[in-house]
Design a protein around this ligand. Structure first.
Ligand SMILES: Cc1cc2nc3c(=O)[nH]c(=O)nc-3n(C[C@H](O)[C@H](O)[C@H](O)COP(=O)(O)OP(=O)(O)OC[C@H]3O[C@@H](n4cnc5c(N)ncnc54)[C@H](O)[C@@H]3O)c2cc1C
Length: 318
């Protein structure tokens, strides 16, 4: 089976979620080709091989550097044709989702997003999808023709035992109709570690009582090398900037570790964190709903627990 994987690049490197997508594709079995857009060195791209790709097609043309959804979908359709891929895999993301929907229309493929497990091919091609913001699962058959699979973050373990992939330039004859929208400028949130991509996140809620107490959240995050997040009321009250607001109406995170301090665990908050690999909850109320979603919980006053935790982590770091 020939599989094409759409990989996203951030600051010249393949994103972690895209390495997961390659590893997932390799787990299906078959010949895995990745396709990347934008600026990246051959060395950075050939690292796709470690995760299981044999080849990387690189669309380096200036026109494709801006994350233009229509143009990406058209280029992917051309790559599907040129590689003969029957299956396309990509990571669920703010770029991957709209690209996959448009690609599905262009190539007449079936599409399943939020996929959490490798397909069951014993009787067709069945994938498990996470639905209702992670509260339930659906098994979906993708049996006819070409198929597109968007995988949930942390759904696959990144393989690291492959050989470097060959990198080939891939040129697409650009259609002007695909470039009707132009990005004129971009403003990135500041902060050492950006929340959407962070592998470790420390988040605070209304239990912190006020913005003057955020120093202890920042200290813990700094000791861990983590990004900081917060619940919605915290950003609504301007205790923290809006780009730190995590949840259904905020940023969806998928770190390896999410530490929630003084956050109750309302469903709207959980909707943004349920792709985290491990969740640690610190709350003084043993009945706080967040404990039901936690892998580890500490019942205690954040003002006592967090500084002790930070000291212990600093001691370990030393
Ligand atoms: C349409 C809609 C969309 C929403 N979207 C989001 C969203 O995207 N993200 C989001 O976060 N919310 C969202 N909300 C709000 C959500 O329903 C909750 O109101 C919010 O998550 C609660 O924030 P919180 O847990 O910080 O505050 P609270 O509910 O006030 O909880 C504070 C917690 O801190 C604990 N606590 C207090 N003092 C201490 C202490 N000293 N030590 C330790 N623990 C302590 C308390 O026991 C409590 O559990 C949305 C709501 C709606 C209606």
């Amino acid at each position: 089976m020939s599989i094409l994987v759409f990989i996203e690049i951030s600051e010249g490197e393949i994103k972690k979620s895209s390495l997961e997508a390659i590893s997932y594709a390799a787990g299906i079995g078959g010949d895995v080709t990745a396709i990347a857009f934008g600026e990246a060195s051959n060395d950075a791209l050939s690292a796709a091989g470690k995760a299981g790709a044999t080849k990387v097609l690189h669309v380096a043309d200036e026109k494709y550097k801006q994350g233009n959804i229509q143009a990406y979908a058209s280029a992917l359709a051309a790559a599907v044709e040129s590689t003969g891929a029957e299956t396309v895999v990509l990571a669920k993301s703010s770029l991957g989702d709209p690209v996959s929907a448009r690609l599905a229309i262009k190539i007449g493929a079936s599409l399943a997003t939020n996929v959490t497990e490798l397909p069951d091919t014993s009787n067709g091609f069945t994938v498990k999808r996470s639905i209702y913001t992670g509260k339930a699962f659906a098994n979906v058959d993708l049996t006819e023709g070409k198929r597109i699979i968007g995988i949930k973050k942390n759904a696959a373990i990144i393989k690291e035992d492959g050989a470097d992939a060959a990198v080939e330039a891939f040129s697409v004859s650009a259609d002007d109709a695909d470039f009707k929208v132009t990005v004129t400028s971009q403003e990135k949130a500041t902060g050492e570690i950006l929340l959407p991509e962070a592998d470790l996140v420390v988040s605070g809620g209304r239990g912190l009582k006020g913005p003057e107490n955020w120093g202890m959240i920042e200290d813990l995050a700094k000791a861990l090398g983590a990004a900081t997040g917060c619940s919605k009321p915290v950003s609504d009250m301007d205790w923290r900037p809006h780009h730190e607001h995590v949840g259904q109406t905020g940023i969806k995170v998928a770190p390896t570790l999410y530490i929630a301090v003084g956050i109750s665990g309302a469903i709207q908050h959980l909707a943004g964190v349920n792709s985290s690999k491990f969740i640690v909850v610190i709350n003084k109320d043993p009945e706080a709903p967040f404990f039901k979603a936690a892998d580890y919980g500490i019942v205690g006053d954040a003002f006592e627990v967090v500084p002790k935790l930070t000291e212990a982590i600093k001691a370990l770091n030393n």
